[in-house]
Structure formats: C-alpha cells, structure tokens
Design a protein around this ligand. Structure first.
Ligand code: G1P
Ligand code: ZN
Length: 541
C-alpha cells in the first residue's frame, strides 16, 4: 500500500447532493483522491465493511471507479459491490446498500448536470440506511478535506468491470453485478405488474425518454421485458459519457422529442423521463405536464392502489419550496406532513423512523420508504399502477385530484450563473425586510408570515438554519427565495411561487396567469432584476 502526500483543496464542501464540480477541476491531480480519502476517514465503518460503487456513466465515471477501488483496498474495505460497466442508478445504489447490508455507497454522478470533458462530475456518499449521509457527516468530510495531507492507494492494473464476476484486489473481494436485476425485482414486489401489463397490452401507449443516461437499461428491462411495452415506447436508452451531447435534465428544453410527442397530434397516453442518475422523474399525459408538486400529492392520495402500499401510508414529507398540495392530501388522510429543507438527505431520518411512507420535492423527485433516495422509475411505475387501478388517463386523474383537494398552481423561476456577491445581495435585501412584512398588503395579497426557514429534525433534534426565505399570504399563497446548493458556475437563485385555488371553476386556468401577480410582488420585494442585472429568469419550470 502506498501513502501519497497531497495538499488540501479549499472547495470540497458537499452541497445539496454531494460534491459536484466541473470535470476540469475533478480531474486535477489528487482532487478526487483527496475527497475519497476524506470520506474513508469520516466513515471508519467502511474498514472491514462492504462498499457499493457505481455511477451514471458520465465522462470520468470509468477512471474514477478504478481510483476508488484501489483506495478502497488501501483503506481496508473487505468487499466492494460494483455495477457492471461501473453503472448504477442512484436509487438502485440505495437499494443495494440496504439489500446487502453494506456500510456505505459512493455514487458517481452530477445528476442532471451535463457530462463530458467540459461538463460536470460528482460524488455522493450514502450511509448504511442507503441514503445521503446527514450534514454531520458531510461537514466532517469537508473538515477532513481541508486538512488532508496524505491519502492511501494501492498500485494495481485496472479491474475489468465489463462482465459480472467475482474478482479480488489483494484480499478485497470485488463483486461485479448486473445493475438492473435487484432493482427490477424490487419494483415487481411493489407494483401490480400484471395490471400494468394488461393496461399496456390493451392499447395504453407509453413513451419514456432515458436521455442517454443511466435509466436506459432499467427502462428496457422493466418497461419492455417485464411489462411488454413495444420497442418504440423507449427512446435514448443507451447510456453515453456525454448524454448524447445533451443535458440529462428532464424538462421541455432537453427532453425535446418527448415533449413534442406528448404535445403533438396522436400523443401517447403517458409520457415520462428521468435524469442522468435516475433519481428524478417527470410525468406527462396527452397535452399535459404534471407539476412534480402535484405528482407527489397524487401519489400520496393513491398509493394504496399499489400492492406494496396497500396498508396505507403513515405520513408524508416535502421539501419546503414544494407546493402544499401534499399537505392537503395528508390533511384528508389524517396523516402528518413534514416540511423539510431542500435536499433528499433530510427525509432520511423520517423514513428510518417509519414516520413517513411517501416524500417528494418540487424538483422532480419523488420516492417512498423502499429506498433512501428519490426514484425516477419508481414514480413512473406508481403512476402506471394508479392509471391501471383507476382505469383513468393522466388528465382524468389530475381533474379528479384538483376537484377533491383544490389546485396549488405552482412555478419556479431560476436565475442561473449569477455573480455570487449579487446573489447574496438579493438574499440580504429580502432578509432585511422579513420582520416588517407581516400585515403589509400588496394588491389582494396580505402578508401573513415572513421568515428564514429553520428546520429542527424531529428525530435527532439537529437544527439546520438558513434554508430559504419564505413569504406567506393570508390567501394561502406563498413565495420562497433560496440559493441553490448544486450549481457549479456562480450562484443560482431560485424563486418559487404557489397560489391555492379551491373554486371549482378555477381549476383549469393557465398557471402563468394565476401566478403572474404573485411573481410581480416577489420580484418587487426581492428586487432580483435590478440587483442581478437580469431582465428575466434564465429558466422557468
Ligand atoms: C436541487 C433541487 C433539490 C434537489 C437537488 C438534488 O438542489 O432544488 O430539490 O434535492 O437539486 O437533486 P438546489 O440546486 O436547489 O440546491
Ligand atoms: Zn439526479
């Protein structure tokens, strides 16, 4: 074993979802090694333990895995379980950690960010519950990375990951497994595959865009082989280092073919896409995009229709900026709804403690207690199961839902790659007004509360402050402003708005019309355009 001397980098603080940087930075000498060693130093349980490793197949995935294997051996890991070809979707990695009782898992991904030599790379570290480690551990990793002086690595030839096999690196066992089978089996336990198969063979047409990312092989096995979807139902299913030169962020800008089909003539009945590492999902019906905040609410209201959830749900949770459509379902079901900071790691304790069954975020993430990550394919299967059980189209499901619970019109406006100082100015400007806002009126909007969101974890009592600025109004509307924790260029400001409508004749309006006045007020109070020098958001979802 060799001990290599190194020098600390000052920017290895994990963000909302692991450490994410430009490839050019990640591939600097010792950059990856420092961070991986900081993980090993902060997770002593890996010594003598089992580690799951895999990634979304992006550029540098293959070389990074080889470095991790050699460092795992040098750090005393007993066994590594790796996906064939170095592939594992984020939810599949989470499942494998739990299934094999592993001590942790390293997932190589920068999620929906672009890949390739000019794109992004990232590493997420998950703990033995299968979920992102809590802030106490990411803080420890960061602290370690700032003082690191050496790392451990063995010299070895590259390990052949191209076939399923049991190999050894010295005395460390490396089990290379098919990345799909265990996950697909879990899905088959949770959902009514015969009913979905009958739905599809009966002419219900589906269209899934894997975006040249990791879910391709999963989609083929599950939707085609196990559920009988025809070949043309699945597109972009071959994982590529550069995501086919595209951007694996499921949305109208990047899933162009999918949106064109779903909003075109003879649209399929059901459309969906997932992101780079397979944890996000979007759901579409004919000429209809389901807002992710609505999706998690629909799932919570209908989960009992799927065999894995037939006993009902114990509770739900959503990230703070996610709309309160989910709260309304929870209220009707008489189960608690927890409001957590942005980022999947905050759901972990609630899931482990059995307090919640379903959780989700407005950023196209939904999942349940079956893993400790959001899960794109799971959400698609849940929707198919609901459609099959209710015998309804996506549009009918949404109409029924809004009639029953009201509609939380919702949108997010992003200001990307903003100068960091300017972004902090915007936040500071709004923060400075919070104390004086309650009671003030803007047109028909009267401020009920205004605060900076602080979360106290109900399980371990840990406190996370500074999690976004919220301004709520008497009529149930709300806007939120926060700084992104996943960007790799400058700062990204996210402005989220939600307006609740319960009048039965106001459930079919254009969201942008309903939300226009609220966003005007939000822009006025944040002064985001003047302070950033932008005329408009760079992205609206
Ligand atoms: C974004 C999303 C957040 C999600 C995270 C990781 O984080 O907003 O909901 O958990 O990506 O996928 P942000 O960039 O806003 O910090
Ligand atoms: Zn992702």
């Amino acid at each position: 074993m060799a001990i290599k001397t190194t020098q600390a980098f000052d920017d290895q603080k994990p963000g909302t979802s692991g450490l994410r940087k430009k490839v050019a930075r990640f591939t600097l000498p010792n950059y990856l090694e420092n961070f991986v060693q900081s993980i090993f130093d902060s997770a002593p349980e890996l010594r003598g333990g089992t580690l799951i490793v895999g990634g979304d197949g992006r550029y540098y995935n293959d070389r990074a895995i080889q470095i991790i294997l050699r460092m795992a051996k040098a750090n005393g890991v007993a066994q590594v379980i790796a996906g064939q070809d170095g592939l594992l979707s984020t939810p599949a990695a989470s499942h494998l950690i739990r299934k094999f009782g592993a001590q942790g898992g390293m997932v190589l991904s920068a999620s929906h960010n672009p890949g390739g030599p000019d794109g992004d790379f990232g590493i997420k570290y998950n703990g033995e519950n299968g979920g992102p480690v809590p802030e106490s551990v990411t803080d420890a990793i960061y602290a370690r990375s700032q003082m690191i002086t050496e790392y451990k690595i063995v010299a070895a030839q590259p390990v052949d990951l191209s076939a399923c096999a049991e190999l050894f690196l010295g005395d460390m066992r490396i089990s290379i497994i098919d990345p799909v089978t265990d996950y697909a089996d879990l899905m088959e336990e949770l959902f009514d595959f015969p009913a979905i198969r009958t739905l599809i063979s009966g002419g219900f047409t589906i269209y899934f865009d894997a975006m040249h990312a990791v879910t391709g092989p999963y989609a083929k096995e599950i939707f085609s082989n196990r559920l009988g979807a025809p070949g043309e139902a699945l597109i972009n299913c071959k994982p590529s280092e550069t995501f086919g030169g595209g951007h694996p962020d499921p949305g109208p800008a990047n899933a162009k073919d999918l949106f064109a089909a779903m909003f075109g003539d003879n649209a399929p009945d059901f459309g969906a896409a997932s992101d780079g590492d397979g944890d996000r999902n979007i759901i579409l019906g004919k000429n209809l995009f389901v807002s992710p905040s609505d999706s998690v609410a629909v799932i919570a209201a209908n989960a009992h229709l799927a065999p894995g959830y037939k006993g009902g749900i114990t509770g739900v949770a959503r990230s703070m900026p996610t709309s309160s459509a989910l709260d309304r379902v929870a209220g009707a079901l008489g189960v608690p709804c927890y409001e957590t900071p942005t980022g999947w790691k905050f759901f972990g304790n609630l899931l482990d403690a059995g307090k919640i069954t379903i959780c989700g975020e407005e950023s196209a993430g939904t999942s349940s207690h079956h893993v400790r990550e959001k899960d794109g394919i799971w959400a698609v299967l849940m929707w198919l199961n609901i459609s099959a059980a209710r015998g309804q189209s996506v549009a009918q499901i949404m109409q029924d839902h809004w009639q029953c619970y009201g509609r939380n019109y919702y949108a997010r406006h992003d200001y990307e790659a903003v100068d960091i100082d300017k972004a902090h100015k915007v936040m500071g400007h709004l923060r400075g007004q919070l104390d004086n806002l309650p009671g003030q009126s803007f047109g028909q909007y009267r401020v009920k509360f205004a605060d900076s969101f602080t979360y106290t974890d109900p399980i371990d009592g840990s406190v996370s402050d500074n999690q976004g600025l919220r301004v709520g109004f008497d009529n149930g509307s709300r806007f939120v402003m926060r700084l992104s924790g996943t960007g790799t260029v400058g700062a990204t400001l996210r402005l989220y708005g939600e307006v609740l409508e319960t009048a039965k004749d106001r459930l079919d309006l254009a969201p942008e019309d309903v939300l226009a006045e609220l966003f005007t007020i939000a822009r006025k109070l944040t002064d985001v355009h003047a302070l950033t020098g932008r005329d408009e958001p760079s992205l609206m979802t």
